[in-house]
Every structure is written in C-alpha cells, then in structure tokens.
Write a protein that binds this ligand. Structure first.
Ligand SMILES: [Zn+2]
Length: 68
C-alpha cells in the first residue's frame, strides 16, 4: 500500500510506457490529474485506488515499477 505521503501513482503499460497520475491535496479532497490524457477527478477517499483504476482502465497500465 502507498503511504499517506504519496503524491503520485505511476504505472507502466505493456509497451513500457510510464503513465503517472498526480495526487494533490485540496482542502478535504484530493485532486487527481493524469499526465497522459489530462483526466481530472476529485476524491475524498482512496485517491490512489481511483488513480490505479484510471491507469488500468484507460491506459492498460497495470505494472507497478516499484514491484519487481
Ligand atoms: Zn489518463
């Protein structure tokens, strides 16, 4: 699990391209911005999970570079 200080979620797709969603704090909410397609979304809970869902669903990026 990412720590509470994580400010970005990076995943690689099957072509080895890196996709990153930035997570920034905005009051009570977190704002997610995808660096690949400009997708934006606010989330109050589990922002990293939402970021992972976007990366997997939109970019087929499911490989966590910090794992193996
Ligand atoms: Zn995106």
């Amino acid at each position: 699990m990412p720590s509470m200080t994580t400010s970005r979620v990076s995943r690689w797709d099957q072509h080895g391209r890196e996709h990153t969603v930035q997570v920034s704090k905005s009051g009570m909410q977190r704002v997610l911005v995808c660096g690949t397609c400009g997708w934006r979304r606010t989330a109050q809970f589990l922002p990293w999970l939402k970021a992972e869902e976007h990366l997997a669903g939109e970019h087929q990026a499911t490989v966590d570079p910090s794992e193996g």
